[in-house]
Design a protein around this ligand. Structure first.
Ligand SMILES: NC(=O)c1ccc[n+]([C@@H]2O[C@H](COP(=O)([O-])OP(=O)(O)OC[C@H]3O[C@@H](n4cnc5c(N)ncnc54)[C@H](O)[C@@H]3O)[C@@H](O)[C@H]2O)c1
Length: 282
């Protein structure tokens, strides 16, 4: 894709953080943008904020964990603009906790949003992109947490590794249809992601203050997120990477060493079975 002028872009998690910044950058480069988010208040603040910079966007309340809601948001997009070219499956939440102590309802919550939300975005929108024959692009927001894993965030890592693998696969499927795919894998970005766990189902019966006090993700990641890169700067990089049709979109050069360490561990463990020789015919 060499220009996004007048292209129609649908962005989930568009009410705040990276999604909002992507909306700003893509609208700023001449695209017609729909921001979708579960939070109506965030959407109206986002719309007003962009209007201050002279950028008009459409907004739609959408829960990406609900395939029907994603379908309604797609219908809205087609109603407004007639077609859609670029879909950014970006909405996501975080969930901290140690194995054996994570309520299964919270596990399902994060899988439904971080993985199934991306899947619904692809399943609903790909036929719409194919229908006009002008080609298109899908950007799935995973994370650096989809390439390297630390402790106490296993549900987040599991969903983000899944989004990386899913994107690697659909990229090959969609090439023939002139639909490019990128997977966005940033490290720390200054947003509200560390607070998302306060909305997990196991805390639903508590007040907001109690939920904040209960959620380890809030205190554990606040500092790195608050010192992260600016979402507007990341969004501009994403735009440039999409035009360059770069599949992996990384943000933090300092993370290269962790990628190398993981690759070395895989190579070392692979070498063990090669040296052993018992399956050498395979
Ligand atoms: N901030 C970081 O450091 C970082 C790093 C790597 C990846 N990411 C990923 O970036 C994406 C965007 O997060 P962010 O950092 O901008 O956080 P954010 O919390 O600032 O924004 C996320 C937005 O998604 C919305 N959302 C949550 N659940 C939703 C649902 N079910 N349906 C629709 N919208 C929903 C929220 O209301 C919010 O507006 C996420 O997928 C996140 O995992 C963030």
């Amino acid at each position: 894709m060499n220009s996004i002028q007048n292209k129609v872009v649908f962005i989930t998690g568009g009410g705040h953080g990276i999604g909002l910044s992507l909306g700003k950058v893509f609208a700023g480069h001449g695209a017609r943008v729909v921001l979708a988010d579960i939070d109506a208040q965030r959407l109206s603040t986002a719309k007003a904020l962009l209007a201050e910079s002279g950028l008009a966007v459409e907004t739609i309340v959408c829960d990406v964990a609900d395939a029907g809601s994603v379908k309604k948001a797609a219908d809205f997009t087609i109603e407004r603009f007639g077609k859609v070219h670029i879909v950014i499956n970006n909405a996501g939440v975080s969930l901290a906790g140690k194995p054996g102590a994570i309520p299964l309802e919270d596990w399902r919550w994060i899988v439904d949003i971080n993985l199934m939300g991306v899947v619904y975005g692809v399943e609903v929108f790909v036929p719409l992109i194919m229908s006009h024959g002008e080609g298109g692009y899908i950007i799935n927001t995973a994370s650096m947490a989809g390439h390297i894993a630390g402790p106490s965030m296993s549900p987040y890592h599991a969903t983000k590794y899944a989004v990386v693998g899913y994107s690697e696969s659909i990229r090959q499927d969609l090439q023939a249809n002139n639909i490019g795919v990128s997977v966005l894998c940033p490290a720390w970005v200054r947003t509200d992601i560390h607070n998302a766990g306060i909305n997990k189902p196991s805390l639903a019966q508590h007040s907001k203050a109690r939920r904040e006090a209960f959620e380890p993700g809030v205190s554990g990641f606040a500092e790195v997120i608050e010192n992260g890169i600016a979402p507007d700067a990341l969004a501009q990089w994403v735009y440039e990477c999409m035009l360059a049709e770069r599949f992996y979109i990384f943000s933090h050069p300092s993370m290269t060493k962790h990628i190398k360490t993981r690759a070395e561990l895989i190579e070392t463990d692979y070498a063990a079975i090669v040296e052993d020789g018992r399956f050498s015919a395979h």
